[in-house]
Design a protein around this ligand. Structure first.
Ligand code: HEC
Ligand code: HEC
Ligand code: HEC
Ligand code: HEC
Length: 361
């Protein structure tokens, strides 16, 4: 009997060991390491070659549409109800409508946003949302060009990827209901949640940092700045929230903490990479989009698009980044769509040519 159990335990251990190599937690070599700090600081990204290739292939920008025929009347003249794109030509307008359909509703087509009996009709909520999305896209590419989105920029495809609802949006999490089961008394804390990397960290983190207009600009900073505790010190709960946010940011970009921090002195900006500054602006960008574009659309959306608390679907780092440090691998997607680079102003009235300066005799 004893021998039987010994052999049984031995074989179970053997098979578990074999299984371990083939399943979770085991990164199959070869690995690729990208260094982004000084030598010896261990500031590097370590990925499997296969994982890196898979991630790259999942983030390819679609080919841009052929350029529009030059010239022609302005869309604001041709059509009845154009409020954002009135100053581009009708050809450019139609080309953009075709691309928007590819980016947002390829299966549903124009009818996703339009009543085809009357294209000027605004009765579908999708069209009213899309009009605001056009303004949001122009705003991202102009107001946030220098501090965040650079030459890469965004189109509808950056977030939508061929779907009316982007794959990565979020709602305020109501927390576990007191009646719902085995762990009713956790004060909203320490349940593993996907939004914080399946760690047991506070998961209301995103609402606090990404959808709170009154947030203090230093709310995320938790490291003590004095050797001994002072009355200004922050509680451990704040550190947990910061950590939850950092895990979200790392996952959204597909990087680890050393992409931005030197972990020997996490708070020290002088030892951080320049990417941390870009990320700082990214946090403010997300707040801007949620507070000024998505939240005001709450009543435009039908109830089935809202969260359990009646809040609108919101943006986070993953909505644009989708697991890579530069969305769509950094392809300069706006170049082929200058009308999305910023609000298009009316061309100045063609003034009569100034009279030539009298020549000195
Ligand atoms: C994702 C939503 C969306 C899709 C899909 C879409 N459109 Fe539009 N369309 C809009 C919005 C928003 C406007 C108004 C733009 C503005 O106010 O500047 C508009 C306006 C128009 C107008 C001007 C109507 C008028 O008289 O005011 C035409 C024409 C048009 N679209 C054609 C199309 C065609 C053709 C397709 C399919 C190839 C299409 N659209 C697909 C959102 C969409
Ligand atoms: C920064 C990311 C982002 C960009 C860029 C973006 N969108 Fe959106 N869009 C969202 C989010 C978030 C929602 C809300 C999701 C939902 O509808 O529940 C949304 C919703 C929509 C909807 C409503 C879909 C539905 O059925 O509820 C339409 C239509 C839409 N967007 C069109 C566009 C168009 C057109 C563009 C480009 C001009 C664009 N979006 C650019 C993030 C984005
Ligand atoms: C994409 C860049 C980026 C990544 C990745 C990142 N962080 Fe951060 N981190 C920041 C930024 C930006 C701030 C400052 C935010 C602010 O001041 O508003 C910050 C702040 C912090 C702070 C607070 C510092 C202080 O001043 O008290 C801690 C702690 C921290 N991060 C830990 C981490 C950990 C742990 C990870 C990995 C799980 C991580 N970070 C990943 C960008 C990043
Ligand atoms: C509206 C879309 C959008 C959102 C939302 C967004 N980003 Fe970005 N981010 C971009 C684009 C586009 C770039 C590429 C900029 C470039 O090419 O210089 C970028 C670049 C970055 C970079 C620099 C990467 C590098 O390799 O140099 C960091 C870091 C970053 N984002 C962090 C964040 C964080 C953290 C968040 C959430 C708090 C966030 N971003 C939200 C669009 C976005």
């Amino acid at each position: 009997m004893r021998t039987f159990f010994t052999v049984l335990a031995g074989s179970i251990a053997f098979f578990l060991t074999v299984a371990m190599f083939g399943t979770a937690g085991w990164n199959k070599p070869p690995l690729v390491t990208t260094q982004n700090g000084f030598r010896g600081t261990a500031m590097a990204q370590v990925e499997t070659k296969a994982g890196a290739a898979e991630n790259r292939d999942a983030n390819i920008a679609p080919a841009a549409a052929d350029p529009a025929e030059p010239g022609g009347e302005l869309a604001g003249k041709t059509y009845e109800n154009v409020q954002v794109l009135q100053n581009i030509t009708t050809n450019e307008f139609n080309r953009l409508m075709a691309s928007m359909t590819e980016w947002v509703s390829p299966e549903q087509g124009c009818t996703y946003c339009h009543n085809t009996e009357n294209m000027a009709d605004d009765s579908l909520y999708q069209k009213r949302v899309a009009r605001r999305m056009l303004q949001m896209t122009q705003h991202i590419n102009s107001a946030w060009k220098d501090n965040h989105v650079g030459g890469t920029g965004v189109t509808c495809y950056t977030c939508h990827r061929g779907q009316p609802v982007p794959a990565n949006v979020w709602f305020t999490d109501p927390g576990p209901s007191a009646r719902s089961g085995i762990i009713p008394r956790n004060n909203g804390q320490n349940l593993a949640k996907e939004s914080v990397g399946l760690a047991s960290l506070p998961y209301d983190t995103l609402t606090e940092y990404f959808a709170n207009k009154d947030i203090d600009n230093n709310a995320i900073r938790v490291n003590a700045t004095t050797a001994l505790p002072t009355s200004k010190g922050k509680p451990i709960q704040d550190a947990e929230k910061t950590f939850g946010l950092m895990i979200h940011m790392s996952q959204g970009l597909g990087v680890n903490c050393t992409f931005c921090h030197n972990t020997r002195a996490v708070a020290d900006w002088s030892e951080s990479t320049p990417k941390r500054t870009t990320a700082w602006h990214g946090i403010r960008l997300v707040r801007d989009l949620n507070g000024n574009y998505l939240e005001p659309l709450t009543s435009t959306f039908p109830a089935n698009r809202l969260g359990v608390l009646g809040d609108v679907a919101k943006v986070n780092c993953t909505t644009c980044h989708n697991g890579v440090n530069k969305p769509l691998n950094g392809a300069p997607v706006v170049d082929a769509y200058p009308e999305l680079a910023g609000p298009v102003a009316a061309a100045a009235e063609t003034a009569p040519a100034p009279a030539p300066e009298p020549k000195p005799q």
